[in-house]
Design a protein around this ligand. Sequence first.
Ligand code: SF4
Length: 196
Amino acid sequence: MAKYKVNEIFYSIQGEGRHAGRAAIFVRFSGCNLKCPFCDTDFKKYEEMGAIDILNKIQLLSPDCKFVVFTGGEPTLQVDEELTTLLQNWGYYIAIETNGTHKIPGGINWVTCSPKCLFVKGAEPIIKVATEVKVVFDGEHEIIDCNIDADYYYVQPCDTGDAKKNAEILKQTVAFVEANPKWRLSLQQQKILNVK
Ligand code: SF4
């Protein structure tokens, strides 16, 4: 029976990508193999939990929501088929948010790959297929799909913490989407709504 290092489990609204606006239970796994300069996720603390503990917490948070998002940190470092099979057996639809540098475990319904190779050396994705690709645009680096075959491509303006810079990045992002309609705009709706 595996033990997973879980940073937090919480119920909120998915704010990004194709599922934006959808109620979701987020399972944030501790630890990441990358150190992105703009990483705003505190994923260092953790509690060790078994698959059943995770299922129990998910059910406690919402008896009705059947949409689970594995995030991190980097969830592919820990998620395995013991966990995905248990959740699938209980009728959950499982999405994962990954930097693409590790194999995706079996039993995942939706893969969001957010490649970080433009920002971090050696972070080229090894996965070739995802459901959606989400690229963070910081106003400086290129917007590329890293040769990942996906159903949807999203570009998301980086939140720099500087309102003037953010407005300029958003303007450039919109101009990019207009010029490259394969890409769609993803806004961090959780920040706009001021929810977690
Ligand atoms: S891949 Fe994601 S979680 Fe890991 S350091 Fe980069 S931004 Fe943070």
